[in-house]
Write a protein of this length. Structure first.
Length: 467
């Protein structure tokens, strides 16, 4: 079988036409300079999502269009439990649409300004998620450049809900050792070297440190009546821990803040180093149910695929048709296995997790098989979505209802069959395989030899994975 790699990027559709045919657009959730964000319900799955609607008439300059394209490109390229998930993009004559997961818990900023004291323990819980995002992004040479509490959303209203990083409009993917020169960001959180227009990814560390300072104390480390005054204070002053707000704050928290809000980017710690700081041992560890954990990891051990269409469809269903609640069922285990908190699982992390939670031994060769089956994009590590794909209960995941929805989405022309051209249209935008490849993909499943795949052939193929 020809090597076939597929990633979350391959199953994020880029569509033209009427978004109303697929989504029921509902109430407005927010508004910005270029458009609005509205709640939207997927007509087939009934899952609520958010859709960012950007008016083309408001995007007048090449620079504004580049910001939009950049945000979509970066969101499509990342797969992390604390970064906003994008489902698909649309455009029609008047607007661009970015469909993402719906985060209903409000901004981190809102919880800070509500006046309630956020304990060090809770602050560590939130901050570990923020740093995990930065390790993941910086490993991929992505600099966010506008980290602030307004750009972290809570998934739900729960006190310790998962955080999601949003707004990648000013983010940039750069080369190793590349120096950035454009002054971007928000005044309270901007690093001094950004003001000087000579910086790298360490600017995100400074901004994250300012967020932590604000979380713990309730106010920013550098203030002012105007942006110019704030930035002058950032350049001239040192971070201070004087005041009644700091009286009962641990020395460990102050030490971490001092190392992050360090005016010298060369000696400022990295995201990885910050994650290893003793203060983050205050993070709340959610206990795992041993029986449930063993079941999940046994799903991982038994995961397999036999045809390319099976492999692609599993990725498609998990990416497009699962609920957030289902995806987050695996979140605590994923975080527990992810010892270096970089948002992916290495071979060694999987091996250690299986030994600890299932008490199996002598499984080196099994780990190689697991990695070859689960690492669908061939990156050498297991991404969050790949982990979910391999660990979700397959009987529930591959319900007849979900298979019918997936089939309908593949069957673009509504003919009742799936053709090689339809598969190419869905999965071939990011991967350039020749027509023979797509024909083989059909032939692996086409039992009656008519050159297409019907619903019975499709369902039989997918349900065989439960055996």
């Amino acid at each position: 079988m020809e090597n076939f790699s597929i990633s979350w990027q391959d199953v994020i559709p880029e569509s033209t036409g009427q978004i109303n045919e697929k989504y029921e657009i509902k109430e407005q959730l927010g508004e910005g300079a270029y458009g609005s964000v509205r709640k939207a319900t997927h007509r087939l799955t009934r899952e609520d999502r958010a859709v960012k609607i950007l008016s083309k008439k408001n995007l007048k300059t090449p620079e504004e269009l580049k910001i939009l394209e950049n945000e979509v490109s970066i969101l499509r390229s990342v797969d992390h439990p604390n970064i906003l998930k994008v489902y698909e993009t649309y455009q029609d004559k008047f607007s661009y649409f970015i469909v993402t997961e719906l985060c209903s818990g409000g901004e981190l900023f809102d919880r800070i300004i509500q006046g309630r004291t956020i304990s060090e323990r809770d602050s560590a819980h939130y901050f570990k998620q923020i740093l995990s995002c930065l390790v993941y992004l910086h490993d991929r040479h992505i600099v966010h450049r506008d980290l602030k509490p307004e750009n972290f959303l809570f998934c739900t209203q729960e006190p310790l809900s998962n955080l999601k990083l949003i707004d990648f409009g000013t983010s940039i993917q750069c080369q190793t050792a590349e120096i950035l020169t454009k002054k971007v960001g928000t005044s309270y959180y901007i690093a001094p070297e950004v003001i000087d227009c000579h910086y790298n990814e360490k600017c995100d560390i400074w901004s994250a440190g300012v967020i932590l300072y604000l979380l713990i104390s309730g106010f920013p480390p550098f203030n002012g009546k105007t942006d110019a005054e704030i930035m002058a204070n950032i350049k001239a002053k040192k971070v201070s821990f004087i005041g009644k707000e700091w009286k009962n704050i641990s020395n460990e928290a102050k030490d971490l803040l001092g190392k992050m809000i360090n005016p010298d980017p060369l000696s400022r710690i990295s995201a990885k180093e910050a994650l290893e700081h003793p203060w983050l041992q205050n993070d709340i560890q959610t206990p795992l149910d041993p029986g449930e954990t063993a079941l999940i990891l046994n799903n991982l051990r038994s995961f397999h695929w036999e045809t390319k269409l099976q492999k692609a469809t599993m990725s498609f269903i998990v990416s497009q048709l699962t609920t957030r609640a289902e995806r987050e069922e695996m979140l605590e285990l994923f975080k527990s296995l992810d010892k270096d908190n970089n948002g992916t699982l290495s071979r060694q992390e999987i091996l250690e997790g299986l030994i600890v939670f299932t008490r199996v031994t002598g499984i080196d060769s099994e780990i190689d098989r697991i990695m070859s089956q689960v690492d669908c994009d061939g990156s050498g590590e297991i991404d969050y979505t790949e982990f979910i794909t391999a660990t979700l209960n397959r009987t529930r995941l591959l319900s007849r209802e979900r298979l019918e929805i997936a089939f309908k989405l593949y069957d673009i022309d509504g003919s009742g069959t799936i053709t090689k051209d339809e598969l190419k249209a869905i999965f071939g935008k990011q991967r350039h395989y020749d027509d023979v490849f797509w024909e083989e993909m059909i032939n692996e499943v086409d039992k009656n030899g008519d050159g297409v795949v019907d619903i019975h052939e499709f369902s039989e193929m997918m349900l065989s994975l439960n055996n």
